[in-house]
Design a protein around this ligand. Sequence first.
Ligand code: ADP
Ligand code: ZN
Length: 529
Amino acid sequence: TSSGTAPATSDATEVLRRVFGYDSFRGEQQEIIEHVVAGGDALVLMPTGGGKSLCYQIPALVRGGVGIVVSPLIALMQDQVDALADLGVRAGFLNSTQDPDERRTVEAQFLAGELDLLYLAPERLLMASTLNLLDRGTVALFAIDEAHCVSQWGHDFRRDYLELSTVHERWPSVPRIALTATATKVTHAEIASRLNLERARHFVASFDRPNIQYRIVPKNEPKRQLLHLLRTEHAGDAGIVYCLSKASVDKTAEFLVDNGIEALPYHAGMDKADRAANQARFLRADGLVIVATIAFGMGIDKPDVRFVAHLDLPKSVEGYYQESGRAGRDGLPATAWLAYGLQDVVQQRKLIDISEGDDAHKRRLATHLDAMLALCETVECRRVQLLAYFGQDGSPCSNCDTCLSPPESWDGTVAAQKLLSTVFRLQRERRQKFGAGQIIDILLGKNTPKVTQHRHEALTVFGIGTELHESEWRGVVRQLLAQRLLAVEGDYGTLVLTDASSEVLGKQRDVLLRREPQRAGSGAGASGT
Ligand code: ADP
Ligand code: ZN
């Protein structure tokens, strides 16, 4: 398979057909490829599954020399190189997993002009020895994959990415193409400025993933709700389940296995070899479920992932979009399912409180969380809201939960007043703070031991909220938190008033709430109370 496949004269379409076996380009691929082949710089924003790889692979084959691909995904390089070899493309990689002999072999191939593509980790590219190596060969282009890694506050930040602009200074005439599936305006601008690509041509694809059905449901018994989803809609399907903590990854994987579903855990606390083995099994086998923290997934190319389920709230809309976007890369119907509850808001706000970094950083995290909460609580089309977050237009999609069964909104002003005045009374009259559970027990007039112990039955607000069920009250608390009409404090999730609370208490402000959907067929004894 090592016959030369890079005649410099062949045009892009011919390479597309002969090497990759595809009939036509997708979206803006052709324009991007022609621009880079002609020596232009490009910044490509395209969703996962959009077909970014061809945008640098074909120009590397068409132009003379070797295409240098910078990627942080060392673990995937072997797979990528093997896949290209199957197509007859001569590719190699240099990274820290190789021994010196292996590296020397690849270096010799590079110098002899025997490679079409060379994959490098950013830290490897920036080593003096690598820079010198590249000087001695011919570089066709630099592709900077996962370019959002330059973004300093994203969770994929790589310090070495900041240095990649030096490539341009050293080889000014070699075209550069930076690619990412991240799309917010902020990240876009950050990539352009940090990689010195302001004057490059920018290609921004639509971020809509029409085959993904978005669903966000109230969290009652998350593991049982998940099991129900898998049994009723995704039996035998491959999927990814995201959890916030390593402990919940382990517990959830165990739970699924106990219930007859083939599931594997994946998190940073596991032995490296076990983790790699689970990832490899997931990629190769059919119908496996991987339960993971968000450490799993960047660059994973498994086209037939039929569902992505979140058991915990993602920290940002971007994170949610990336993670859910790993479903349905083959274009066939797929589900993005998220279970979300009061405790998620409490927990995420707490994580921001205790996070490292200055106030500006915390405010930024809080803004991200607020946008995510707004997506969860919206009564409008999820897709429209998701695309709007990326600055793109959309129209109601008929393929998300709010389109399929439009939620009602209701005037929650009186309920909010009752709840907030309970918090107010405890705080002002008793100098006490409690979590949602106790506040709701007071509203419902429940004589629990904790109520008796604190003589809460003597409060004037005791029992004034029997018109709603406990789960409805939890929905009220959650939505008030999301709207910042209520805040949480400390380790125990105690509820406190905010400046905006007084507007509600002072009857200057109405509160519109989303009605909780009926607990539709959660089956298997999901009670939620
Ligand atoms: P991304 O890197 O943007 O997530 P990939 O480059 O991995 O996406 O492409 C996703 C899938 O689409 C791959 O299986 C790829 O082979 C396929 N693909 C890309 N371009 C085309 C095309 N023009 N025609 C058909 N399939 C394509
Ligand atoms: Zn919709």
